[in-house]
Write a protein that binds this ligand. Structure first.
Ligand code: GLN
Length: 275
């Protein structure tokens, strides 16, 4: 490894030997490959042909790999995450959109009527509101979050798509308002849970943890959402695996058509209920 240059060729006429370079980095090869493709804005199929990098690109790539070695989430390094076909800008201060949350978008879109009002509670990066707004420009969307840092990302991502953004704790910014659909990816992780080192300590605690059992926010949301739902309105909320029974018990007094949907990893992932 010591004889492999830390920074690859700077000669733009010489193909970049990415296989050799990736293998020499002290991070998993697929992560180096991800960073390389993100840097060059290329699809994975591009790796089948010779790659040429400028000196600037090779220096940037080496910088990115060094940040990853120090533990930063990959998407914080590249500054973007892919979510439901959207390119979402992310960085310190907002949760990186997870593929499981795409299921929440699917559930929210399903049965959304023209002209409906939708609330994206605890919007974070704004990824859910963005995905829905692009597909349903006829729906009025309000997005809220308590974190000023997260809202900086949300405002950037939601610029020009017609989503109203407010800062405040849960339903505080929408006092007296009612919606046809409330969707929410709340913090739901148990405080003592063991998480990967590029999650705990890197992504915001406030977006992840919710008390000893992970249900502090969900208890409040289930109790407070009905007052903000129009008759027949739906709450669609992401949950943690193993929380389905507890949330179903909490929700029964407030909702009809309570359902827990599993993700493609067969984990309980989405709560759905109708007022
Ligand atoms: N799914 C995330 C994780 O496991 C948690 C996101 C959340 O709490 N909403 O890291």
């Amino acid at each position: 490894m010591s004889r492999v240059p830390r920074v690859a060729t700077t000669d733009p006429a010489t193909p970049f030997d990415w296989r050799r370079w990736c293998a020499a980095q002290a991070i998993p090869e697929e992560e180096t490959r991800y960073l390389l493709l993100e840097l060059l804005r290329l699809p994975p199929s591009a790796l089948a042909a010779p790659l040429y990098l400028t000196g600037r690109q090779t220096r940037r790539l080496a910088g990115w790999v060094a940040r990853r070695r120090r533990g930063a989430p990959l998407q914080y390094i590249t500054g973007r995450a892919h979510f439901f076909g959207e390119m979402v800008r992310v960085g310190p201060g907002c949760l990186v959109p997870r593929p499981e949350t795409e299921l929440l978008v699917e559930r929210a879109l399903d049965g959304l009527e023209g002209g409906a009002r939708l609330l994206d509670l605890a919007t974070g990066s704004g990824c859910i509101a963005l995905a829905i707004a692009h597909r349903r420009p006829d729906v009025q969307i309000v997005a809220t979050d308590r974190s000023a840092a997260a809202l900086t990302w949300a405002r950037r991502n939601l610029r020009g798509v017609g989503v109203t953004v407010h800062r405040g704790d849960l339903f505080a910014p929408v006092a007296g308002e009612r919606f046809d659909c409330i969707c929410c990816n709340p913090p739901y992780v148990e405080e003592r849970a063991i998480l990967p080192s590029d999650v705990r300590g890197c992504e915001p605690d406030a977006a992840l943890f919710s008390g000893m059992d992970g249900l502090d926010h969900i208890r409040r949301i289930v109790a407070e959402a009905p007052a903000h739902l129009l008759p027949g309105g739906r709450l669609i909320m992401e949950i943690g695996t193993g929380q389905g029974d507890a949330i179903t018990r909490l929700a029964r007094p407030h909702f009809t058509e309570v359902a827990i949907h599993r993700d493609y990893g067969n984990h309980e992932r989405i709560f759905a209920g109708r007022r």
